[in-house]
Write a protein of this length. Structure first.
Length: 625
């Protein structure tokens, strides 16, 4: 029986990689490959294609046949690739064929069969074979040069999977073609595609109700979006770095960018796409939308400019990860000028990686925008394994637990002239120092507005009533008496609908309507849901930021919307270079834990900073742990 294949070490100094020469054969024949070493250093790259696919079950259940030959050197044998045999034979060396076996995931074998050619060899790079997965040091070295591997390829073969139903293949092609025809017609041949689907000022997608003037097969759309490739984190940089992406789905071959653009165009006319699709397809579109931003260098959100590490790390949140450290490592190849602390190393503790990534991203931007994305989950603050300020890039965004990011509409730190302190002790201490104003203390909170509560009219109405009662009750003397407008703006983070509202001139009228609705909600019988006042938009458009958050009240009477873990005793602070206020938890040691970003009506435009200055209060240095 042939022996198992043994990897020969790569030379990191020469940026060596392994390439597979897939030998030609019929589709039903076993896979035969030759492993060759090559360099991706400039001027030395041989032509090759990369492969992007989903591992799925990582169990090594499939066998590859690797051809080698033992070359006789006196009494010894040197094993070399079969491609070297002919040259050695011409100079008189003695050779005889030899084979080795390598066990790989079944998905790896499937994709190699799909890309194998019948009449000539094909040279590819595929991670499961070309990286020794049992060697953690090599994995780190190869991940560090992933940018060169994909960018230096001829093209990237994106294997989306097999397709058994040819009828579905025809439906997919017809739907994509219809969507692209409609998009080209309405965007001057795609010249205005980007400005049509995205508002760069708000950093959000533009949605409209109706107006799609082409036939769309919803089942075909869902089939495409359910493909697991779109949800896998590694695909983000694999597609973004490659010079060209050819998608393979069964016998179909399609430019990946066309699929991206068609799906983005469809979603523009379907703002409630998550309710039209299966959970897997809805998650697939969230990932596809992020990937489009980075991959489409002509029409994506980042077209014409490089992505910051912060944008890359945040963009990776919605993707699936099989290895926790990949939440950071899988996007580093798209970033530049990384410190040594962030070089891929799979032997490092996860806490050190998360802290280093958070700290570097904050320092690179010189503001606290990244922390606005930070979602603390129940139990996190009790678990001291990871610092509270270290953003959990290792996790996948979960709509059942995590809240959405507050929109970029305000500047709570206006009036704090100096830049963020962003000082830190040694990495192992897990301390981050930030400076700002201590504003107030939280004295009461509602229950959490979970997704289950949010999507139930009766339960959500009861939650609004709970918030109204808390806001009106108060504890002790208040310097900010309750008003309906302040309450409405708090629950709606300034009455800006969660989707882009093209009727901005009507915001004042929206507030009046919301106040009427809230007055009704505070007294109406929850059973009388059909009698609720009319609103310009569905109620869900106004309250999107309440999901997985709590309403709270401060000692002075300020209403706020904060993280799901905020509690009485937490403090509200305004930090330098922060768009929104934050809630912190004081510890007996004098240090603080980061609870999360908040919307606090009455201090969103620098009012708290002015009050602190008027009182003569000095800024406070907060040691976050």
């Amino acid at each position: 029986m042939p022996a198992l294949y043994t990897y020969r070490r790569l030379n990191p100094q020469q940026q060596e990689i392994r390439l597979l020469r897939i030998l030609p054969d019929k589709c039903d024949e076993p896979i035969r490959v030759i492993v060759e070493h090559a360099s991706v250093a400039k001027g030395q790259r041989p032509p090759y294609e990369t492969i992007s696919y989903v591992w799925g079950d990582s169990t090594r259940s499939a066998r590859l046949t690797i051809q080698e030959s033992p070359v006789t050197l006196g009494k010894h044998h040197l094993y070399v690739p079969a491609s070297t045999e002919a040259a050695l034979d011409r100079i008189g060396w003695s050779n005889r064929p030899w084979t080795r076996h390598l066990y790989v995931p079944a998905s790896t074998q499937a994709v190699l069969k799909r890309v194998r050619l019948a009449h000539r060899p094909r040279i590819v790079w595929i991670d499961a074979v070309c990286i020794n997965q049992d060697d953690l040091a090599e994995r780190g070295q190869q991940v560090a040069i992933m940018g060169e591997i994909y960018a230096g390829s001829v093209r990237n073969l994106v294997y989306l999977g097999e397709l058994q139903d040819q009828n579905m293949a025809d439906r997919i092609v017809r739907t994509i073609d219809n969507l692209m025809d409609d998009a080209e017609c309405k965007t001057e041949g795609l010249q205005t595609f980007r400005s049509t689907v995205r508002d760069d000022r708000l950093g959000a997608a533009k949605f409209v109700f109706g107006g799609l003037q082409c036939e769309v097969d919803l089942e075909a759309v869902q089939f495409v979006l359910e493909l697991r490739w779109f949800r896998r984190l590694w695909t983000l940089q694999e597609a973004a770095l490659a010079p060209y992406n050819l998608a393979l789905l069964g016998t179909l071959q399609y430019d990946l960018l066309i699929i991206f653009r068609a799906m983005v165009w469809w979603a523009r006319y379907n703002p409630n796409f998550s309710t039209q699709l299966s959970p897997e397809a809805a998650a697939g579109f969230e990932c596809l939308g992020r990937a489009h931003n980075f991959t489409d260098h002509q029409q994506g959100a980042l077209a014409g400019r490089s992505a910051s590490l912060q944008a890359l790390l945040v963009g990776g949140w919605v993707f699936e990860k099989s290895e926790a450290r990949d939440g950071v490592f899988a996007v580093l190849a798209m970033a530049e000028r990384l410190p040594a602390a962030l070089m891929p190393d799979y032997t490092k503790p996860l806490s050190d990686i998360l802290q280093a990534a958070t700290r570097y991203a904050l320092e690179a931007r010189s503001n606290l925008e990244l922390l606005r994305n930070h979602s603390i989950r129940p139990g996190d603050l009790e678990d001291a394994a990871v610092a509270s300020w270290a953003v959990r890039f290792d996790r996948q965004y979960d709509t059942a637990i995590d809240s959405t990011r507050f929109p970029e509409l305000r500047k709570a730190s206006a009036g704090l002239d100096k830049r963020s302190r962003l000082a830190a002790g040694p990495l192992e201490e897990g301390v981050l120092q930030l400076e700002g104003c201590l504003v107030d203390e939280v004295v009461g909170t509602t229950s959490e507005c979970s997704g289950i509560v949010y999507w139930s009219k009766r339960a959500f109405l009861a939650w609004i009533r709970e918030a109204i009662i808390l806001y009106r009750s108060g504890t002790g003397p208040r310097t900010h008496p309750p008003t309906g407008g302040a309450f409405a703006r708090t629950l709606t983070v300034g009455a800006k609908p969660f989707h882009v509202n093209e009727r901005e001139s009507e915001q004042d009228e929206d507030i009046v309507q919301l106040c009427n609705y809230l007055n009704w909600a505070s007294t109406a019988n929850p059973r009388l849901l059909d009698e609720q006042p009319e609103l310009h938009q569905p109620v869900g458009f106004y309250w999107g930021c309440t999901v997985n958050r709590r309403f709270f009240v401060t000692r002075s009477g300020l209403p706020g919307l904060g993280p799901q873990v905020v509690q009485s005793g937490d403090v509200v602070v305004v930090l330098r270079d922060a768009d929104v206020p934050y809630t912190l938890r004081p510890l007996e040691s004098g240090q603080y834990q980061l609870v999360g970003a908040a919307y606090v009506e009455g201090i969103m435009d620098g009012e708290a900073v002015e009050e602190c200055k008027a009182r003569g209060d000095a800024e406070v240095v907060f040691d976050l742990v």
